[in-house]
Design a binder for this molecule. Structure first.
Ligand SMILES: Nc1nc2c(ncn2[C@@H]2O[C@H](COP(=O)(O)OP(=O)(O)O)[C@@H](O)[C@H]2O)c(=O)[nH]1
Ligand SMILES: [Mg+2]
Ligand SMILES: [Zn+2]
Length: 293
């Protein structure tokens, strides 16, 4: 038995990274019978069938911590949510949706604010301040000037991370800054996908160093909130957490209740930013509206 992580799956073969290198494995028939599809990121046990040619059999899949649908990958540890401070202008509404989706998947979150080199008014400082106060790790970077690389890299170490964020904010550029090899590899893969058009495929894990991986395609391409239970939304705004017990009524929605009775509303402008709260309210109402349809 050898423990490893599935880093790639193609045509029924799985490539499993272990302490003795990468093995090409077929999955045992029982998985199909049980309706389990081995997935990139799965932590598995294999038995080695042919050491010289690095071939084996995938025998056991450990229970998953989470499983993202797009990109399809299991056991992702962390989302690095990338936004630009300018060009495109920072959009807090979209940012908070990315955060909510990452919290729902129980991912660690690192917020990365890019393009600080062209942010002449230093707007990024206010953004960093708001999100650090809300309890997030925030790293300002400039992929163009390779600023912030060390700090970001340290956050990736020992984890499987997915880069998320709108297009044009610099995700590819940041990956290139972190690792030109990884950047080139992802570039190649996305070209292949473009050529192949609608082929469905699993993601691939790109190894930065042993134990440290990046998922090859950006996470949460859709910001669909319909999978979120309205009463769970409060848990996806992490700065609410210390005050939830202060609400007088069980099941407080923190919407129309008076600040005298609601721990969250009592903290507005103090320990909870009015802006973040406004997004809680908007997303909450939007989920309710969607459910009426
Ligand atoms: N000035 C500046 N431009 C950047 C920076 N990072 C990326 N860009 C530019 O922003 C555009 C989008 O970058 P890209 O990495 O493709 O974004 P992605 O869509 O998120 O992968 C490209 O023209 C990049 O050259 C940066 O730190 N500073
Ligand atoms: Mg890109
Ligand atoms: Zn409340």
């Amino acid at each position: 038995m050898l423990k490893g992580t599935i880093i790639k799956g193609i045509g029924g073969f799985y490539y499993i990274s272990t302490e003795n290198g990468v093995y090409e494995c077929r999955a045992r028939g029982k998985f199909r019978k049980e309706g389990i599809k081995p997935t990139v990121g799965d932590i598995v046990n294999i038995s080695v069938l042919d050491e010289k040619n690095k071939k084996g059999s995938l025998d056991v899949i450990e229970p998953r911590r989470n499983c993202l649908i797009r990109p399809r990958a299991a056991n992702i540890d962390q989302a690095v949510i990338v936004f630009a401070s300018v060009s495109p202008d920072f959009n807090e509404d979209i940012m908070d949706r990315f955060i909510v989706l990452a919290e729902q998947q129980k991912l660690d979150i690192v917020i990365c604010i890019n393009k600080t080199d062209i942010d002449s008014e230093e707007k990024y400082k206010k953004i960093c301040d708001m999100y650090s106060k809300a309890g997030f790790e925030v790293i300002p970077v400039s992929a163009a000037e390779k600023r912030g690389r060390e700090e970001l890299y340290n956050k990736l170490k020992g984890k499987i991370s997915v880069l998320a964020g709108p297009s044009g904010v610099g995700k590819s550029s940041i990956l290139n800054m972190i690792s030109p090899e990884a950047g080139a590899k992802v570039g190649e893969i996305s070209k292949k996908i473009e050529r192949g058009k609608h082929t469905t495929r699993q993601s691939e894990l790109i190894e930065l160093e042993p134990g440290t991986y990046i998922v090859d395609s950006p996470g949460f391409t859709s910001l669909d909130m319909r999978g979120i239970e309205p009463e769970d939304l409060q848990y996806y705004f992490r700065e609410f957490e210390p005050y939830l017990d202060d609400c007088r009524y069980a099941g407080c929605k923190h919407l129309n209740e008076s600040p005298d009775y609601c721990g969250i509303k009592a903290q507005l402008g103090i320990n909870i930013s009015e802006e973040r709260y406004a997004r809680y309210r908007d997303i909450y109402n939007e989920i309710l509206e969607e459910r009426k349809r």
